[in-house]
Ligand binder design. Structure first.
Ligand code: PBG
Length: 328
């Protein structure tokens, strides 16, 4: 070719043309704000490994949720820190626990807000595992009853979407069945279908005080080396009745997101987890990266990989940046 006539650069010169040809956009409506809800009142507790993230008691939630909605965010996902824990995680079934109480309050005070809840018992058990423990092993089948009970309590409180994150086999089906039996056919299930055993959950366990007391989670969370196994996990959850699939963490698994987006037609969610947040925050604080650009760049890459929605601790900050940058 003597003279290049195909010049992609031409499309990048004028900022308005650049915007016109942009292939993927990020909108605050696609971001989901995670909230740690603790028991008691009057609490806003900082989390050392997650700067600018707090544990809130229910009475302190309206302020942050109000801020989120003012910035264009329309969805939250709630994680509970109960007052009491035991071997069987019974406080997960308490309709007066922090999560059901928060759901009732938010659904009443913030019409239009999509309220999701994390369904998993690790925060409610003394051993910190996501399932019931028998003979020092996590017992899949006996956990299903507990998970479906917890999902029902959240649905009864008014949750729009329940999100099982435990990775027990068969839990989507167990939850769907229980919800349908009790008249909650319209409550959606967002399944943490593909959840890897990741080092990036470290700060979250700090936040929730929920690290396993013995062993680790590799008997129920996925091996980071596996790709095809993700297809099986996703296919099973779809068969069992999941409405939305999730991949977690996000950035180290963008290839898996892309694979699932190409293979399945369910909406896809990605979770930019605590360790992804804290790593960026730490580097930003040191001045090693431009944190604001990094936030939008990572979130955009997750969208480009195929996620239609993203759970991120940067939700409010990102939404404000988007408004400033006029990028939406
Ligand atoms: C389990 C759960 C975890 C996260 C969300 N749900 C922790 C785990 O599996 O150890 C991690 C989220 C994050 O790191 O931000 N209930």
């Amino acid at each position: 070719m003597a003279f290049p006539t195909d010049r992609p650069r031409r499309l990048r010169i004028n900022p308005s043309v650049r915007s016109l040809v942009r292939e993927n956009r990020l909108s605050p409506a696609q971001l989901i704000l995670p909230l740690f809800v603790t028991h008691g009142t009057g609490k806003t507790e900082p989390i050392p490994s997650m700067p600018d993230v707090f544990r809130h008691s229910v009475d302190r939630l309206p302020r942050i949720v109000g801020e989120a909605m003012a910035s264009g965010i329309k969805s939250v996902i709630l994680f509970g820190i109960p007052e009491t824990k035991d071997e069987a995680g019974t406080s997960a079934l308490d309709p007066e626990g922090p999560v059901p109480v928060a759901v009732r309050m938010l659904k009443k005070d913030f019409p239009g807000l999509v309220v999701m809840t994390d369904v998993c018992i690790d925060e409610y058990t003394t051993h910190g595992h996501c399932g019931l423990v028998r003979d020092n092993r996590v017992d899949n089948d006996s956990t299903l009853e507990c998970l479906s009970g917890m999902a029902l309590v959240h649905a009864q409180a008014g949750a729009d979407i329940v999100a099982p994150s435990d990775m027990m086999d068969g839990r989507v089906q167990a939850i769907r069945k229980r919800l349908d039996q009790k008249g909650f056919q319209d409550t959606l299930i967002l399944s943490y279908a593909v959840k890897y055993a990741s080092s990036f959950y470290g700060p979250f366990r700090d936040a929730m005080m929920s690290g396993p007391r013995f062993g680790d989670r590799s008997s129920y969370q996925m091996d980071p080396a596996n790709r095809r196994e993700a297809f099986r996990e996703a296919a099973l959850d779809i068969e069992e009745g999941a409405d939305i699939l999730m991949v977690k963490p996000a950035l180290p698994y963008l290839d898996i997101l892309r694979d699932l987006a190409d293979r399945h037609d369910l909406p896809l969610c990605a979770y930019q987890v605590s360790g992804e947040y804290s790593t960026l925050m730490a580097a930003g604080k040191e001045g090693w990266i431009d944190i604001d650009r990094a936030i939008l760049e990572t979130l955009t890459s997750i969208r480009r990989a195929g996620a239609s929605m993203i759970i991120t601790y940067f939700a409010i900050r990102a939404a404000r940046l988007l408004a400033q940058a006029d990028q939406t």
